[in-house]
Design a binder for this molecule. Sequence first.
Ligand code: COA
Length: 180
Amino acid sequence: MDHERGNGTVRLEPWAEGDFWLLQAMNAPELMEHLGGPETEKQLAARQLRYERLSVDPDRAGCMFRIVLLPEERAVGAIGFWEHRSEEAGASAYETGWTVLPGFQGRGVATAATLAVVERARAEGRFPHLHAYPSTKNAPSNAVCRKAGFTLLAERELEYPPGHPMRCNDWRLDLTPPGA
Ligand SMILES: CC(C)(COP(=O)(O)OP(=O)(O)OC[C@H]1O[C@@H](n2cnc3c(N)ncnc32)[C@H](O)[C@@H]1OP(=O)(O)O)[C@@H](O)C(=O)NCCC(=O)NCCS
């Protein structure tokens, strides 16, 4: 289903082999500021494989997607959802994360893509909650969480990437249908 939000109408398509250029474009220093800085080519290649696997393996919870902007039919970013073992809850939940290329930011693309992921996670139905952990300093990403209907639970100290401590907001969205 296509999602409209502000000026951004998007479609999510499962991550594929041909999307490596997008991963490279998303590795720009300004986009990686709150994600531990740019990765090496080797790390990017490993990430590409993880994204492809997540998109095709039915045994794994979640999926990675390229975000396609409509009506231009242009890939402008990435979003996904995957299993995350929450230390606080002592149980698994879904986690989501997103990036939108600079020329396409500020027009609702990430918010529309997040709403589409909420729908997919709800339909897959393995876990009752979807979390996002943006850095407390990442104002646009925290705005996306708020606009997409997440609730702010708490600030947490996380390591992302491993070995790189980061102060994050723990946002959570209940995937249980109302009345269930
Ligand atoms: C986070 C990111 C995906 C947002 O993408 P986007 O398509 O621009 O997001 P949206 O347009 O849906 O919403 C962005 C919101 O942030 C707000 N925003 C932007 N800069 C802001 C700032 N400095 N302070 C407060 N709010 C800000 C915008 O105003 C907008 O809210 P509004 O619609 O109420 O005006 C994009 O900035 C990005 O790719 N960042 C780099 C990667 C990253 O940090 N990812 C997050 C990992 S958790």
